[in-house]
Design a protein around this ligand. Structure first.
Ligand code: ZN
Length: 150
Protein backbone atom coordinates (compact mmCIF):
# COMPACT_ATOMS: atom_id res chain seq x y z
CA UNK A 1 0.00 0.00 0.00
CA UNK A 2 1.07 3.52 -0.70
CA UNK A 3 0.49 6.77 1.10
CA UNK A 4 -0.64 9.24 -1.53
CA UNK A 5 0.05 12.98 -1.48
CA UNK A 6 -3.02 14.93 -0.34
CA UNK A 7 -4.01 17.80 -2.61
CA UNK A 8 -4.37 21.15 -0.87
CA UNK A 9 -6.68 24.13 -1.24
CA UNK A 10 -5.84 25.95 -4.47
CA UNK A 11 -5.42 22.73 -6.44
CA UNK A 12 -8.09 22.81 -9.17
CA UNK A 13 -8.74 19.07 -8.79
CA UNK A 14 -10.53 19.85 -5.51
CA UNK A 15 -12.95 22.05 -7.43
CA UNK A 16 -13.75 19.55 -10.18
CA UNK A 17 -16.70 17.16 -10.08
CA UNK A 18 -15.80 13.51 -9.77
CA UNK A 19 -17.16 10.96 -12.23
CA UNK A 20 -19.27 7.95 -11.42
CA UNK A 21 -17.30 4.70 -11.30
CA UNK A 22 -18.65 2.49 -14.08
CA UNK A 23 -16.42 -0.51 -13.70
CA UNK A 24 -14.78 -2.01 -10.65
CA UNK A 25 -11.26 -3.23 -11.32
CA UNK A 26 -8.16 -4.18 -9.40
CA UNK A 27 -7.16 -0.55 -9.81
CA UNK A 28 -10.27 0.48 -7.89
CA UNK A 29 -9.34 -1.89 -5.06
CA UNK A 30 -5.76 -0.64 -5.05
CA UNK A 31 -7.01 2.95 -4.92
CA UNK A 32 -9.30 2.11 -1.98
CA UNK A 33 -6.38 0.49 -0.12
CA UNK A 34 -4.15 3.46 -0.77
CA UNK A 35 -6.87 5.92 0.23
CA UNK A 36 -7.45 4.29 3.61
CA UNK A 37 -3.70 4.03 4.18
CA UNK A 38 -3.40 7.75 3.38
CA UNK A 39 -6.35 8.63 5.64
CA UNK A 40 -4.95 6.68 8.61
CA UNK A 41 -1.47 8.13 8.12
CA UNK A 42 -2.70 11.74 7.98
CA UNK A 43 -4.47 11.01 10.41
CA UNK A 44 -8.03 11.74 9.40
CA UNK A 45 -11.53 10.29 9.66
CA UNK A 46 -12.46 10.56 6.00
CA UNK A 47 -10.98 11.00 2.53
CA UNK A 48 -12.47 11.50 -0.92
CA UNK A 49 -10.69 10.44 -4.13
CA UNK A 50 -10.35 14.02 -5.50
CA UNK A 51 -8.21 14.77 -2.45
CA UNK A 52 -5.60 12.43 -3.88
CA UNK A 53 -6.08 13.77 -7.39
CA UNK A 54 -8.45 11.09 -8.65
CA UNK A 55 -11.75 12.34 -10.07
CA UNK A 56 -13.83 9.28 -9.26
CA UNK A 57 -16.76 8.99 -6.88
CA UNK A 58 -14.99 7.10 -4.13
CA UNK A 59 -14.78 7.85 -0.40
CA UNK A 60 -13.32 6.15 2.65
CA UNK A 61 -14.36 6.88 6.22
CA UNK A 62 -13.39 5.60 9.65
CA UNK A 63 -14.88 7.59 12.51
CA UNK A 64 -14.72 4.97 15.26
CA UNK A 65 -14.20 1.29 16.09
CA UNK A 66 -17.93 0.68 16.18
CA UNK A 67 -18.35 1.42 12.46
CA UNK A 68 -14.82 0.57 11.35
CA UNK A 69 -13.58 1.30 7.85
CA UNK A 70 -16.32 2.26 5.40
CA UNK A 71 -15.52 2.21 1.68
CA UNK A 72 -18.14 3.68 -0.61
CA UNK A 73 -18.20 3.89 -4.37
CA UNK A 74 -20.72 6.17 -6.10
CA UNK A 75 -22.21 7.31 -2.79
CA UNK A 76 -25.36 9.39 -2.84
CA UNK A 77 -27.50 10.84 -0.10
CA UNK A 78 -31.00 9.47 -0.52
CA UNK A 79 -32.56 10.93 2.64
CA UNK A 80 -31.61 13.66 5.08
CA UNK A 81 -33.27 14.81 8.28
CA UNK A 82 -34.82 18.25 8.47
CA UNK A 83 -33.18 18.77 11.82
CA UNK A 84 -29.71 20.20 11.47
CA UNK A 85 -26.83 20.60 13.84
CA UNK A 86 -23.76 22.79 13.85
CA UNK A 87 -20.36 21.18 14.32
CA UNK A 88 -16.78 22.27 13.89
CA UNK A 89 -15.22 20.75 10.76
CA UNK A 90 -11.76 20.51 9.34
CA UNK A 91 -10.34 19.00 6.17
CA UNK A 92 -7.08 17.27 5.28
CA UNK A 93 -6.93 19.49 2.18
CA UNK A 94 -7.23 22.67 4.24
CA UNK A 95 -4.79 22.20 7.11
CA UNK A 96 -4.97 24.35 10.19
CA UNK A 97 -8.41 25.70 9.41
CA UNK A 98 -11.70 24.76 11.02
CA UNK A 99 -15.18 26.21 10.77
CA UNK A 100 -18.69 25.68 12.03
CA UNK A 101 -20.93 23.96 9.50
CA UNK A 102 -24.66 23.34 9.76
CA UNK A 103 -25.78 20.01 8.31
CA UNK A 104 -28.65 17.53 8.70
CA UNK A 105 -28.25 15.40 11.83
CA UNK A 106 -29.17 12.17 10.05
CA UNK A 107 -28.65 10.92 6.52
CA UNK A 108 -29.27 7.78 4.56
CA UNK A 109 -26.56 7.09 2.00
CA UNK A 110 -26.52 4.54 -0.77
CA UNK A 111 -23.47 3.28 -2.64
CA UNK A 112 -21.62 0.13 -3.58
CA UNK A 113 -18.69 -1.61 -1.97
CA UNK A 114 -15.46 -2.79 -3.66
CA UNK A 115 -17.24 -5.95 -4.86
CA UNK A 116 -20.16 -4.09 -6.38
CA UNK A 117 -22.58 -4.99 -3.60
CA UNK A 118 -25.09 -2.29 -2.73
CA UNK A 119 -24.68 -0.71 0.71
CA UNK A 120 -27.19 1.51 2.48
CA UNK A 121 -25.97 3.35 5.56
CA UNK A 122 -28.25 5.13 7.99
CA UNK A 123 -26.07 7.44 10.02
CA UNK A 124 -26.23 10.12 12.65
CA UNK A 125 -23.67 11.98 14.72
CA UNK A 126 -20.11 12.21 13.46
CA UNK A 127 -20.59 9.54 10.79
CA UNK A 128 -23.48 11.48 9.20
CA UNK A 129 -21.35 14.60 9.29
CA UNK A 130 -18.31 12.98 7.66
CA UNK A 131 -20.43 11.27 4.98
CA UNK A 132 -21.83 14.64 3.94
CA UNK A 133 -18.41 16.30 4.02
CA UNK A 134 -16.84 13.59 1.84
CA UNK A 135 -19.75 13.44 -0.62
CA UNK A 136 -19.45 17.24 -0.98
CA UNK A 137 -15.84 16.69 -2.12
CA UNK A 138 -17.14 14.63 -5.05
CA UNK A 139 -19.05 17.71 -6.22
CA UNK A 140 -16.05 20.00 -5.81
CA UNK A 141 -17.53 21.52 -2.64
CA UNK A 142 -15.36 22.27 0.40
CA UNK A 143 -16.49 22.96 3.96
CA UNK A 144 -15.28 26.55 3.71
CA UNK A 145 -18.00 27.09 1.07
CA UNK A 146 -20.78 26.04 3.42
CA UNK A 147 -19.50 27.14 6.82
CA UNK A 148 -21.19 29.78 8.94
CA UNK A 149 -19.80 33.21 8.24
CA UNK A 150 -18.40 35.46 10.94
ZN1 ZN B 1 -12.39 17.36 3.38
Amino acid sequence: MTILPIRKLGDPVLRTKAKEVKELSNKTKELLDNMSETMYAAPGVGLAAPQVGILQKIIVIDVDDKHGLIELINPEIIESSEITTIMEEGCLSIPEKTGKVSRPVRVKVKGIDRNGKEIVIEADGLLARVLQHEIDHLEGVLFIDVMEKG
